[in-house]
Design a protein around this ligand. Structure first.
Ligand SMILES: CC(=O)N[C@H]1[C@@H](OP(=O)(O)OP(=O)(O)OC[C@H]2O[C@@H](n3ccc(=O)[nH]c3=O)[C@H](O)[C@@H]2O)O[C@H](CO)[C@@H](O)[C@@H]1O
Ligand SMILES: C=C(OP(=O)(O)O)C(=O)O
Length: 418
């Protein structure tokens, strides 16, 4: 089993470039099922989740070739709109094939998707939306099946601005008859990226980035050559690592307007942030200050940065209160941070963190992707050696994280076996 060995206490310094966004690449790859022509997708990160999504799309008949950070996808007519359970369960975002398959082929049968163990993550909003558009949806023995004679545009109100449900319903609606309006839609930058990609294929969508999205159905989606946005969570993770080590890091190729909530909290904690045209410079303070924070749908503070923020709070001066309002079970990293010496109390969705003067390294395990990122940051801040197990979680969402942190001066290496 692979682990990361971190000798903490080193200040991060230098320049690191951000890759394309995982959470933009995955829905756009699913959207390629809608295209009748060739698609080229640029700035695609080399991640385990992208590899699995490529296998999902391939299992449906599409041809995918990768050269460096570019994917070339050749279209195919899907004859059997079903995905094998072993693939589907490796990835939560595999559920994003449902919308395109239903929209274009009027049928799908898929097992429930897998993904990070951070909450129950039901699919009710996706399925209610498909039903409202005229599909007949059944859930039986761990499988979801849906069929329609042709989706009809309609008005859908989402009870919660779910990212995945918004994406699935946009992709279902692009080939539907008439106009679909999504109210209380998710506003994340990845939704805007999906809209822009679909429109470059010939779709007629407007409003992504606001809470009402209008999709006018078209007859056919053709080809596209598209570059995805930079990964705001990866950028935020590097910024947090810089802040925690009192470092001075320039995070290149990221979009500050996607990170406003994260930058606000890091500033409140005492970091000095300078936004430049091509990236963000962060200069960390000698000691961070405690802050309060609640995760919210975008443009609120992202749940995917909550574990990393908690890592910083463990050594901040004062008491921080952190509320996780998106996922009901996303505090598993707290137990591991405690092993490193953190003082954290959890009551339901609220964590109270009393900052300690310092952490000390030990053996910890990542329970999910961002928990892993939080433990890497904690390890970089801690005195002595931290061994992090469960590294495969990190590889889902960060490309060569240890190599890039090393280039900033961190003492971190990957090791095989115990
Ligand atoms: C691949 C991808 O883009 N993943 C992101 C996406 O996940 P994902 O799209 O799965 O997240 P959602 O926005 O759908 O989930 C948010 C909340 O809504 C609930 N919910 C969702 C759908 C539904 O039908 N019913 C329901 O109750 C979920 O259980 C959760 O509590 O957005 C999350 C919230 O920003 C991020 O943490 C994930 O990194
Ligand atoms: C929770 C995440 O991903 P997923 O939705 O794919 O599980 C994440 O990227 O932090």
């Amino acid at each position: 089993m692979e682990c990361l060995v971190i000798n903490g206490g080193r200040r991060l310094e230098g320049v690191v470039a951000v890759n394309g966004a995982k959470n933009a690449a995955l829905p756009i790859m699913a959207a390629m099922l809608l295209a009748t022509g060739e698609c080229t997708l640029r700035r695609v990160p080399s991640l385990q989740d992208v590899t699995v999504m490529a296998a999902v799309i391939r299992s449906l008949g599409l041809k995918i070739e990768r050269s460096n950070t570019t994917l070339h996808v050749s279209p195919a007519t899907v004859t059997l709109p079903e995905v094998p359970a072993d693939l589907m369960r490796q990835l939560r975002a595999s559920n994003l094939v449902m919308g395109p398959l239903l929209g274009r082929y009027h049928y799908f049968r898929v097992p429930y998707p897998g993904g990070c163990a951070i909450g129950s993550r039901p699919m009710d909003l996706h399925l209610k939306g498909f039903t409202a558009m005229g599909a007949e949806v059944t859930e039986r023995q761990g499988y979801i099946e849906a069929r329609t004679t042709g989706l009809q545009g309609t008005t859908i109100y989402l009870d919660f601005p779910s990212v995945g449900a918004t994406e699935n319903l946009m992709m279902a609606a692009v080939l539907a008859e008439g106009v679909t309006i999504l109210h209380n839609a998710a506003r994340e930058p990845e939704i805007v990226d999906l809209q822009d990609f679909l429109n470059s294929l010939g779709a007629r969508i407007q409003g992504a980035g606001q809470d009402t999205i209008r999709i006018e159905g078209v007859k056919e989606l053709k080809q596209a050559d598209y570059q995805i946005i930079p990964d705001r969570i990866e950028a935020g993770t590097f910024l947090a690592a810089a802040a925690g080590t009192g470092g001075d890091v320039f995070v290149q190729d990221c979009q500050a307007e996607h990170l406003l909530a994260v930058l606000a909290k890091l500033t409140e904690m005492g970091a000095r942030i300078t936004v430049k045209r091509d990236g963000i410079r962060l200069q960390g303070p000698a000691r961070l200050k405690a802050v309060d924070c609640k995760t919210l749908p975008y443009p609120g503070f992202p749940t995917d940065m909550q574990p990393q923020l908690m890592a910083l709070m463990t050594v901040a001066s004062g008491t921080s209160v952190l509320v996780e309002s998106i996922f009901e079970n996303r505090f598993k990293h707290a137990a591991e941070l405690r092993r490193l010496g953190a003082d954290i109390k959890i009551e339901g969705r609220v964590a109270v963190i009393n900052g300690v003067p310092g952490l000390s390294g030990c053996l910890v395990e990542a329970s999910d992707l961002r928990a892993g990122a939080a433990l890497v940051i904690a390890g970089l801040m801690a005195e002595g050696q931290t061994r992090l197990e469960g590294v495969y979680h990190l590889d889902r969402g960060y490309e060569q994280l240890e190599v890039r942190l090393r280039s900033l001066g961190a003492d971190i290496r990957r090791q095989n076996g115990k």
